[in-house]
Design a protein around this ligand. Structure first.
Ligand SMILES: Nc1nc2c(ncn2[C@@H]2O[C@H](COP(=O)(O)OP(=O)(O)OP(=O)(O)O)[C@@H](O)[C@H]2O)c(=O)[nH]1
Ligand SMILES: [Mg+2]
Length: 546
């Protein structure tokens, strides 16, 4: 690759890695686990293989030996390396840590290079080594420029092994797939072959333990299967059933493979081509793998959007409910109504509107006025709490209806917050103060009236409140009274201001309530749409750089 291609590719891949690493799939929607796994695989492959491989394309080729447990992978590696570097055995599975064998001159590249850099390098396998280790063994018996990597199996009961094997394959320049005459038709074998094909990986197959008697038939059948699968022209090696001694096959059985390795070793352009093919295949696979991740993210973002709109709808509904109550008179019932009648029926109403005697204003706010004011406050509070209660129930019901996941997210949120009543009380009290202020400053009494009476602003603003909330056609006593004192225009102006102020205060309370749901969604951990856009962009830029 030309230097500037390498540079462009490296920077495009770096950007891709960053946007993949920023991805989070916080919501357990269908397919989320697969998406998380796909993200982890992609990230690991970028870091363990693609980036190092692009930066250093002169590096030795890594040949990963994969297959079912007991297929004879370790036996094959030992035979080629002419040394028992990997334990073989009758116990299934045997290999748990990947073991890499290479020529001493290539050792440095594999111990110090970036390839599979997340794995701890070991000189020999130990019982504790596993997932995060890689044993690197140097041997003169392997030709320079080609390294063999013996992997854990792809199908034993130990699932961790399958994961390690796939990680290793993700970092491979060539795949050697080992299977036996008895098991080549099994499902795990074909799912691995399908993966190799999907990835466009350079692949060779070893069919082992082939009985000389049945060799022709077995081989024919196997080749037919491969051909039907579109893998008819890949390199194939046959190992006949032969006694294994000291963990190795007779030398004659691995001659072909040894030659193949030697050819790769000396023919640099062939090796480079093989390496390139696999790298290209992986880069091609990004064309579908990256958009698939972006789509899943978009699904999560959209789902979050739906849940958010559920919250908005519920609290808008609650606000509308209060609007309605403030217009149809239903705010004035029970205690509020009783207090009003008490206040209006006693002489207090009249006393609060004192006829001026030599310009003297009204006296102290009477007890009944204060009780009435408190009743209005608690009345409003209870309306707010009831509406918030219904909103909370509605959000939870809507979320539940959407998915199982909604049930989990809504946990503990099916009633208003503990603070609501306190906050509502405070909001209403300050609204009442505000109304007092409005009545005092803007409720300029009619000239004709002010000559005759003065009034207690507290009492007047209460009468005003009742007039505002009593609904109907404005023919009630409070209405007529306020009208007479302040004039219709004042009543309308102050009324509109007071209502919109009240609405804003309640709106704020409901915003606070709905934030609890937004927090629940936010803490689920979903990046916003821009991350998906960046992913698409990164995939596109990568294509441009190639
Ligand atoms: N007869 C015969 N036995 C073999 C052959 N290849 C492997 N074996 C035996 O089969 C058993 C399994 O071989 P391994 O090389 O450990 O198999 P593996 O693929 O590395 O298995 P895992 O590490 O579990 O994935 C051992 O007992 C080997 O001696 C072969 O070609 N012929
Ligand atoms: Mg093994």
């Amino acid at each position: 690759m030309a230097a500037e291609t390498v540079e462009a590719l490296t920077s495009a891949l770096g950007a891709l890695r960053e946007s993949v690493s920023d991805l989070r799939f916080g919501l357990d929607l269908p397919g989320a686990d697969e998406a998380r796994q796909a993200r982890a695989d992609l990230l690991a492959q970028l870091e363990n293989y693609v980036l190092p491989r692009v930066r250093t394309n002169t590096a030795p080729a890594l040949i990963v030996i994969a297959g079912s447990t007991g297929a004879g992978k370790s036996t094959l590696v030992n035979s080629l390396a002419e040394r028992n570097i990997s334990r073989t055995g009758v116990r299934r599975p045997t290999t748990g840590t990947p073991i890499l064998a290479c020529h001493p001159d290539d050792r440095k590249w594999f111990t110090e290079g970036e390839l599979l850099s997340g794995l701890e390098r070991l000189e020999r396998p130990s019982p504790e080594s596993g997932m995060d280790s890689l044993v690197v063994v140097a041997t003169e018996k392997l030709p320079q420029g080609v390294a063999l990597l013996d992997t854990p199996d792809i199908d034993s009961v130990v699932e961790e092994h399958h994961e390690i094997a796939h990680r290793m394959l993700d970092a491979a320049d060539l795949w050697i797939f080992v299977t036996t005459a008895a098991r080549y038709a099994d499902a795990p074998a074909w799912s691995l072959l399908r993966l190799a094909k999907e990835r466009g990986a350079r692949l060779a197959i070893v069919l082992s333990r082939v009985q000389p008697r049945s060799a022709d038939v077995v081989l024919k059948h196997f080749v037919r299967m491969l051909t039907e699968y579109g893998l008819g022209d890949i390199d194939r090696f046959v190992i006949h059933e032969a006694p294994v001694s000291d963990g190795r096959l007779p030398d004659s059985e691995v001659t072909d493979l040894r030659l193949w390795l030697a050819e790769l070793s000396v023919d640099e352009s062939r090796r480079a081509q093989a390496v390139h093919e696999t790298l290209n295949g992986v880069l091609n696979s990004f064309r579908t793998r990256v958009p698939a991740l972006a789509r899943h993210l978009e699904g999560q973002v959209a789902f979050r959007g739906e849940l958010r709109s559920d919250v908005e709808a519920a609290y808008l509904g609650a606000l509308a409910e209060i609007d309605k109550a403030s217009k149809n008179g239903s705010l004035l019932h029970g205690e509020v109504l009783a207090r009003w009648q008490d206040f209006a029926g006693s002489g207090d109403l009249m006393r609060s509107l004192q006829f001026r005697k030599g310009g003297k204003a009204a006296g102290q706010t009477p007890e009944r006025v204060l009780a009435f004011k408190a009743a209005i406050r608690t009345g409003l509070e209870s309306v707010i709490v009831a509406a918030a209660n219904r909103a909370a129930e509605e959000v939870v019901a809507r979320w539940r209806h959407r998915s199982e996941l909604g049930v989990k997210l809504a946990e503990g949120l099916d009633s208003p917050s503990d603070n609501l009543l306190r906050h509502a009380g405070r909001a209403i009290a300050s609204w009442q103060d505000h109304l007092n202020e409005l009545v005092r400053t803007e409720g300029v009494t009619k000239r004709s009236v002010s000559k005759l009476v003065s009034f207690d602003p507290d009492a007047l603003s209460l009468i005003f409140t009742v007039a505002m909330f009593s609904g109907g056609d404005g023919s009630g006593v409070p209405h007529r009274l306020v009208n007479a004192l302040l004039g219709a225009e004042s009543l309308r102006g102050i009324g509109a201001k007071a209502l919109s102020d009240l609405r804003a205060r309640i709106g704020m309370l409901f915003d606070e309530e709905s934030m609890r749901y937004v927090h629940a969604l936010d803490s689920a951990g979903i990046p916003d749409e821009s991350v998906a856009t960046r992913l698409y962009q990164a995939a596109y830029n990568l294509e441009v750089a190639r």
